[in-house]
Design a binder for this molecule. Structure first.
Ligand code: ZN
Length: 348
């Protein structure tokens, strides 16, 4: 059987906004979820289909590729329908009156003709009143998602970042109808929506972790009929630091020491995210031994508690070899109380 067009699966127009796609997906997912339809094989299949479609259409890049190449992927070449149209399918594709799908040329935004079918109630809600329609009165806007790349320093110590937010609004020229006079609207090329960017300053709280989410009230989808705007949820991606590594709220770093410092003990400078700290290396410190500086790590963004700084010692052997150096090393060699490789296995 021919694969159905993803837009058709979700029941949205080709020019649908991110929010509309998400709304359609949520509505369908609620209706088709296996928990709601135990043992219903058809619903299960539809549910999978809906999820697959959403995976592609929610992702700006995947969606663009799909718009251009359809299910076939970029290798299919020109002339292949943008909507996954299969001319061999009985009835010429998906039926149900999706005009123009698979034409492979002309406007990338197909006109959406919906007739009726099992998804009627969903379409009714989506497109304002085929069945039931939107309730009157203010409609709050939906939430939006975004991602932001944050330097390690700003994530750990706090800072601000600028986020460029792409938002889709009704085309000001045609008012969202996609048409002007007898032809398609020149501003939005018939889509009815245009994209605009907004610069948003995002405050990064001290201690923000990779994958952390910052909520910005009122920066989601705008509401309708005077309803309040939704919220924006920004997922933080922290750029790794070349030296410091964060594990939970602890910060890790490696500190090289000389043979003498490791053997006799020393006080050394240890870099932490809060600056350099004087710290002790006890006598007879081994390479890869770890030490902890309490409260010198990252702040837990929820509890406000500080993690620790953990430094790992690396014993550096001088690169210059001299007879005097070898004599000193021989002296050290006589001080081991056991064979250093005594605990190694003989093989597998
Ligand atoms: Zn327009």
């Amino acid at each position: 059987m021919a694969k159905r067009d993803y837009y058709e699966v979700l029941g949205v127009a080709r020019g649908a906004s991110e929010a509309d796609i998400k709304k359609a997906y949520r509505r369908l997912a609620r209706k088709l979820h296996p928990d709601v339809n135990p043992g219903d094989k058809a619903a299960q299949k539809r549910f999978q289909e809906v999820q697959e479609a959403y995976e592609v259409l929610k992702d700006e890049e995947k969606r663009r590729a799909y718009d251009r190449f359809g299910h076939a992927g970029p290798g299919a070449g020109p002339g292949f329908g943008g909507a996954g149209f299969d001319p061999r399918a009985p009835g010429g594709g998906f039926g149900g009156g999706f005009g123009g799908a698979g034409a492979g040329q002309g406007s990338p935004f197909e006109t959406f003709h919906f007739e009726s079918g099992d998804l009627g109630d969903i379409f009714g809600n989506l497109f304002g009143g085929r069945r039931g329609g939107r309730p009157a009165g203010p409609q709050p806007g939906g939430d939006k998602q975004a991602e932001i790349e944050v330097p390690f320093r700003d994530a750990v110590l706090g800072g601000t970042q600028t986020l460029m937010l792409r938002r889709e609004t009704a085309c000001p020229t045609c008012g969202g109808t996609g048409r002007q006079g007898k032809g398609p609207c020149p501003t939005c090329r018939g889509a009815g929506i245009v994209a605009e960017s907004e610069r948003i300053r995002v405050r990064i709280p001290e201690g923000t972790e990779d994958g952390g989410v910052i909520r910005i009230p009122g920066k989601g989808e705008s509401g309708a009929s005077g309803g309040s705007a939704g919220d924006l949820y920004v997922t933080v991606r922290v750029t790794p630091h070349p030296y410091f590594e964060r594990h939970g709220n602890d910060i890790h770093g490696i500190v090289p020491v000389t043979v003498k410092e490791a053997y006799a003990g020393a006080e050394i400078d240890v870099p932490t995210i809060h600056g350099t700290m004087r710290a002790k290396v006890p006598p007879s410190t081994q390479s890869r031994q770890k030490f902890r500086l309490r409260g010198r790590g990252a702040k837990d963004p929820r509890t406000g508690q500080l993690g620790d700084h953990i430094y790992t010692v690396r014993v550096m052997v001088p690169k210059t070899v001299t007879p005097a150096g070898s004599d000193a090393a021989t002296l050290l060699d006589s001080l081991y109380d056991a064979d250093v490789r005594a605990d190694l296995p003989k093989g597998l």
